[in-house]
Design a protein around this ligand. Structure first.
Ligand SMILES: [Zn+2]
Length: 78
């Protein structure tokens, strides 16, 4: 899964554990903690493993109960 060539540049995709990563889905956001992310060491493009994306989908669809829910501040710029 990690250590391969980036699709967009000559960099390598390195696995990192990210403390908090927000994923946008159709109806909003899901935040995962301590999530493994493949990050290109040159352009910074982020690659997510299918199991991570499935977790987001499961929570977004209501099939899996999240550990907790946080309120997210929203502001509308006129
Ligand atoms: Zn890259």
């Amino acid at each position: 899964m990690y250590g391969y060539k980036c699709e967009y540049c000559e960099g390598n995709v390195i696995k990192q554990i990210v403390a908090r990563e927000a994923f946008e889905h159709r109806a909003g956001f899901v935040i995962l903690e301590d999530v493994p992310v493949g990050i290109c060491n040159v352009c910074g493009y982020r690659y997510y493993h299918s199991t991570v994306l499935r977790e987001v989908e499961e929570i977004a669809a209501g099939n899996k109960v999240p550990e907790r829910t946080e309120a997210i501040p929203v502001a509308h710029l006129a």
